[in-house]
Design a protein around this ligand. Structure first.
Ligand code: GPK
Length: 792
């Protein structure tokens, strides 16, 4: 390996060892790791070609990947070798690992789920391709200036991306605008604008390097680089106009999580990557099949949310306008290829495009959507409409064009059936299925938590990363004092690592013996970070009044970004930072309570925070969090959850046992019921002196003395609307936190409870999730043969 790295340093980077920077060394290491992926990658591709197997195509606007060096080295079983090689070369391996920027091509859970699925598909040997957009700028970087979020463009591609292969020869034309001409029963689209989609491939290697798939990301470029005639006239701006327009399409990731954007550029992005992916998979299919009608036997196309929902109309367009199939047959054929995953019930997140806008950007597709609507209404009169009040409902479109629609947790799937898609569910009672989310154990335990992983491997062997149910083997150790001590020591190691990092990066000293209580996720009212900070203030009040009452010391850790246009979420960030400043400098509670909110939460930060957590905050208003996946990562790493009966919390609690989970709050049904009573918030606050006091402190400017009115809006909203029922759940949340305090005082019982979490959440491996999709939706098999089939 050492020779390979040196060769890359010299011949790929043009540096000798004496002049190489950290970047050069990292690139050389990455390129030599990439080399090691190529042969398994070719073997996998060849195997799927030869066997003419069915492939999965996972279409996703987002892939939230994070760093790759360690992940790939671990999957190839090369970590020790890589480390030793770098040491021989006088380089610090850990420093190189830290030099890699996060590939942040996603906002949050939905994008991270796609990345976990890619890892599982490769590990399971399921022939698959991920399709997405190669954004030049990923999710914005977050900084805090006087406690307020400011956003900065992210620039991961300022440096070369080590893992990708550019494929200039794999380019497709993508058309926009113009008009449609109808002649002799045929439609011809005359577009107004054309850009090229060019492929960039990243191999995705599975555990132990047995199989590799491809993540193919599309980059937009102009069809003609620039207009030479304008250039020669001296009009340089006009000469590069088309180039700028085209490149805009893959320029930047939309930073909105679960809110609708409704911008033309977003629609173009969606069509851009969907159309390129369909052209690509059809080219592959037609290169060794001659009957387009066989497509559903060889291609399972999964739509990660409605973002690629235009795939339905686009596939029909190709079948009708290019292959001459009839409209009705094409609709049926397309449906047999397509699956749709729903990730949210929040009405503001359901994509709707104004009909005029969709018709302007994609005129032929609007005609086809009308045909889909007619066919649906013909077969099922009174069916919910795709076209409605001048809008195109992408949820209805995706539902009607998919043969299976899935929710992402048991509760969410039930709610999908009974709320957003209730009418469609009545018409198509077998279409909706559940596939509870999962997480890859390679990154989220083996990679991020060496201390615990080593211990687990010592006890149950090293097969668990590919078969997470084996963690069950740890159950019997819950009564083993010696083992629990070691389990606690592993947690302690991770907490020390985090404490050092926090003191260095945030300038706050925290005590590794305190309870580390962590809430990390996008900032959103439904996730209720504000309830957490209100509870923190209430706790501080009590501690301050009576500091010697035997409190359990706590460190409250927050992490997460707000969508740049989401005003209330930004206020919540500001409030947390304001409260942190006041509490962290209170001499009375200095050894009892600290608040830490490091800016720019991302995948890499999660990998450090999660292994160090004692308590995982999963406190969304019941019925609002579709699943959550952070909840699974925490439980796997031996944190206890304080949470509501929402999303996958419900199933996590069933797996780990109610006695090992801090449950509080209204149920989804109770939430619906409570909302029917106007004034519920005021009534709840009036019954809670503790909450009243906290709200008064905030409103009086206790945490922003220079600007006492700063949070009047936020507090007023809690009194008057409180759509997410912070007021109603507050007391029960506070009381449950105190139960957690009590439990934490006894390290032996706490760590036994924590072990019951680790040992019982093997089911939440994304390998299990992906096997569920493979069985119920895609009807595909592993190409790795009988061994894997059995373990499935
Ligand atoms: C759901 F609708 C969306 C969205 O636009 N972005 C996103 O990250 C999340 N999600 C849900 O909020 C989570 O509950 C869920 O675990 C995750 O998607 C993956 O399914």
């Amino acid at each position: 390996m050492k020779d390979e790295i040196l060769a890359h340093l010299r011949y790929s980077l043009g540096k000798d060892a004496g002049h190489a920077s950290v970047y050069d060394w990292r690139m050389a290491l990455s390129l030599s790791l990439r080399d090691r992926m190529v042969d398994p990658w070719f073997r996998s591709t060849q195997a799927s070609y030869e066997k003419r197997v069915k492939r999965v195509y996972y279409l996703s606007m987002e892939f939230l990947i994070g760093r790759l060096v360690e992940d790939i080295a671990a999957n190839l079983g090369l970590v020790d070798e890589a480390r030793a090689a770098m040491a021989d070369l006088g380089q610090d391996y850990d420093l190189l690992v830290k030099d890699e920027p996060d590939a942040a091509l996603g906002n949050g859970g939905l994008g991270r789920l796609a990345a976990c699925f890619m890892d599982s598909l490769a590990t399971l040997g399921i022939p698959a391709m991920g399709y997405g957009i190669r954004y030049e700028h990923g999710l914005f970087e977050q900084d805090f200036v006087e406690g307020k979020q400011v956003e900065k463009a992210e620039t991961w591609l300022a440096q070369r991306h080590a893992w990708e292969f550019e494929r200039p020869e794999v380019s497709y034309q993508i058309n926009f605008g113009g008009h449609v001409q109808h002649q002799d029963g045929k439609a011809k689209w005359h577009p107004h604008e054309t850009v090229l989609a060019t492929a960039y491939d990243t191999p995705v290697i599975g555990w132990q390097g047995k199989w590799a798939n491809t993540l193919r990301l599309w980059s937009a470029r102009p069809q003609t680089e620039f207009d030479l005639a304008s250039f020669n006239r001296g009009d340089y701006l006009a000469a590069s106009r088309s180039e700028a327009l085209a490149r805009t399409i893959s320029r930047v990731l939309y930073p909105d999580d679960t809110t609708e954007t409704g911008k033309e550029l977003r629609l173009k992005q969606e069509y851009f990557f969907t159309a390129a992916s369909l052209q690509d998979l059809l080219r592959r299919f037609l290169s060794d099949h001659d009957n387009i009608r066989d497509l559903p036997e060889f291609a399972a196309i999964q739509l990660n949310d409605t973002h690629p929902a235009i795939a339905g109309p686009e596939l029909i367009r190709i079948l009708v306008d290019r292959h001459g199939l009839g409209m009705v047959e094409s609709i049926e054929l397309a449906r047999r290829c397509l699956g749709y995953t729903n990730h949210t019930l929040l009405p503001e997140a359901l994509e709707r495009w104004p009909e005029w806008l969709l018709g302007r950007v994609l005129p032929r597709h609007l005609e086809i959507i009308r045909a889909i609507e007619d066919s649906q209404q013909g077969q099922h009169p009174g069916s919910p409409r795709i076209l409605d009040h001048g809008n195109v409902n992408m949820g209805e479109l995706a539902f009607i064009m998919a043969h299976k629609v899935n929710g992402v947790s048991a509760l969410h799937t039930d709610l999908v059936k009974s709320t957003v898609f209730a009418d469609l569910h009545r018409i198509h009672p077998t279409r909706i299925v559940n596939q509870t989310n999962g997480i890859t154990p390679r990154r989220w335990l083996h990679g991020c938590n060496p201390a615990l992983s080593t211990l687990i491997t010592r006890e149950i062997g090293d097969a668990w990363p590919a078969d997470l149910d084996q963690l069950r083997g740890l159950r019997s150790l819950a009564g083993d004092k010696g083992f629990l001590t070691e389990f606690r020591a592993a947690k302690r190691t991770n907490k020390e690592r985090l404490s050092n990092w926090v003191s260095e990066h945030c300038g706050v000293a925290i005590d590794p013996d305190a309870m580390f209580d962590i809430q990390i996720k996008r900032i959103h009212e439904y996730k209720r970070q504000h309830m957490n900070i209100l509870e923190t203030i209430a706790l501080w009040n009590d501690m301050h009044a009576n500091p010697t009452a035997g409190w359990t010391p706590r460190v409250k850790i927050f992490g997460g970004k707000a969508a740049p246009g989401y005003h209330v979420a930004k206020e919540i960030i500001h409030l947390i930072n304001d409260v942190a400043r006041v509490i962290n400098t209170d001499p009375v509670t200095r050894d009892l309570l600290k608040i830490v909110y490091p800016p720019n939460y991302n995948v890499t930060m999660a990998e450090m925070l999660i292994p160090a957590a004692d308590l995982s905050e999963q406190i969304s208003t019941a019925g609002k969090e579709a699943s959550g996946t952070g909840n699974m990562k925490f439980a796997l790493n031996g944190a206890l959850t304080i949470g509501t009966l929402d999303g996958a919390n419900v199933e996590i609690r069933e797996h780990v046992g109610a006695e090992n989970f801090f449950l509080f709050g209204l149920t989804a049904e109770e939430v619906v019921e409570r909302r029917k009573h106007p004034g519920y918030a005021r009534a709840a606050i009036e019954q809670s002196p503790r909450l009243q006091k906290v709200l008064a402190q905030i409103a009086e400017g206790r945490f922003a003395p220079q600007d006492p009115g700063r949070y009047h809006g936020l507090v007023g909203n809690l009194w008057d609307h409180d759509h997410f029922l912070v007021s109603c759940d507050f007391d029960s949340y506070f009381d449950t936190q105190r139960r957690a305090d009590e439990a934490f005082k006894n390290p032996a019982t706490w760590s036994a409870m924590a072990l019951h979490n680790t040992a019982n959440v093997g089911w939440f491996s994304s390998d299990r999730t992906v096997q569920g999709y493979a069985r119920d939706i895609w009807h595909v098999r592993s190409a790795l043969g009988a061994t894997l089939e059995q373990s499935a």
